[in-house]
Design a binder for this molecule. Structure first.
Ligand SMILES: *[C@@H]1O[C@H](CO)[C@@H](O)[C@H](O)[C@H]1NC(C)=O
Length: 373
């Protein structure tokens, strides 16, 4: 009897362990990311333990089953800031980080700023890690993640990253990648972030898939002073291939995304909802294939005045995509100014692992972000 009970208990534990892991497999450029693989899951209980698991040299599956609140872990700092967007209470204020106000906003009024120090620099993530959330309970509050300095093979799935000094530009980014390879970011919700929700820095980020995320731009403070966040997805780089698929971008007003610096972006089946400024900004070195996207209530789908890159967004001369990538491209819905026929984009993508494209969805909101695996 006792023996049978023990066996049952072991079986129960084994099935729980077996059930914990990354859900599904990555699509697109980072399709060979495996993260922590089948390492035994660990469940951090404190912010220190989470930082330690993320930053060490072990392959790890790290499961978040509660909120890790970094708001006060390093205390606050008071310093000088500036108000380039005005002094209304719904405008963001900039921290004078690295003398940004002094150097770039000499005409803006200065003001005092008090912010949480932990938010300024994200948690370092090492190679071979899976960071996953249980249900809707895995939240990192007040601090972001940094996947940088040669790190490779990282999966982040089904967590929320929230409340990083949202009133302050330079208050912190949610997810930073800079000099990395094979990063899959999936079903993440980001909300109330000071600076970028996603930022890929100027170093090579190689193969990245950003899929099914909810970028919630609603904020009480914004650089456009209208409740819509301006700093959303900034894809810089020197050799970056980014799959951006199935994401839901809500209440943004700019840089959603900004693409430049030898970055190949496959933007497919994303949904923009209520953008008061621009979605795409494509600078020099940005190569964008945009297909199957849906734009609902977007003021400017692509900012034409800053367009210096290359764009393919229309397969109207039918057979063009087929001849480069082996299938037809899918039309965008309400694409407006997002109109390009550059075959340079397609020739760069020839032979690459591309995500599939479905028709432009009219409601991906229900499948994006944390809790929608
Ligand atoms: C990541 O895992 C791969 C495969 O096991 C291994 O070769 C590599 O050294 C690991 N990277 C680090 C930084 O531990």
């Amino acid at each position: 009897m006792k023996y049978a009970y023990v066996l049952t208990a072991i079986a129960a534990i084994a099935s729980k362990v077996a059930a914990v892991g990354v859900s599904g497999t990555p699509e697109g450029f980072a399709s060979s990311a495996t993260g922590g693989g089948n390492a035994t899951p660990v469940y951090p209980t404190s912010t220190d333990e989470l930082v330690s698991y993320l930053g060490d040299d072990e392959a790890r599956v790290i499961v978040l089953s509660k909120t890790f609140d970094f708001t006060d872990t390093e205390g606050s700092a008071t310093g000088t800031g500036c108000t380039p967007w005005g002094t209304a209470s719904n405008c963001q204020v900039a921290i004078n980080k690295d003398d940004w106000c002094t150097n770039y906003q000499p005409d803006a009024a200065t003001t005092s700023v008090t912010y949480n120090k932990a938010g300024m620099l994200g948690i370092t993530v090492g190679s071979n890690k899976s960071l996953i959330g249980e249900g809707t309970s895995g939240v990192i509050k007040g601090r972001g993640l940094r996947i940088v300095n040669g790190v490779e093979n990282v999966i982040v799935q089904n967590i929320a990253v929230t409340d990083i000094n949202p009133q302050y530009v330079w208050g912190g980014d949610a997810i930073t990648i800079n000099q990395a390879d094979l990063v899959w970011l999936d079903h993440i919700t980001t909300a109330r972030i000071g600076r970028q929700h996603y930022v890929l820095g100027t170093e090579a980020d190689n193969r990245v898939s950003i899929t099914n995320n909810y970028i919630d731009g609603e904020s009480d403070w914004s650089a456009t002073c209208d409740g819509h966040h301006y700093w959303n997805v900034y894809l810089d780089g020197s050799s970056d291939k980014v799959t951006f698929k199935g994401n839901y971008l809500y209440k943004t007003s700019g840089r959603a995304p900004k693409v430049q610096g030898n970055t190949y972006l496959h933007a497919v089946n994303n949904y923009w909802d209520d953008n008061s400024g621009h979605a795409f900004e494509i600078g020099s070195g940005g190569y964008v294939l945009a297909e199957g996207n849906y734009f609902a209530n977007v003021d400017t789908v692509m900012e034409e005045s800053s367009f210096e890159g290359a764009l393919f967004s229309s397969d109207s001369a039918s057979g063009t995509c087929e001849s480069y990538i082996g299938r037809s491209c899918v039309a965008n819905a309400n694409g407006g100014t997002l109109a390009g026929t550059s075959t340079d984009v397609l020739s760069n993508l020839k032979g690459e692992t591309l995500a599939e494209a479905a028709g432009a969805s009219t409601d991906p909101a229900g499948s994006a972000g944390q809790g929608n695996l």
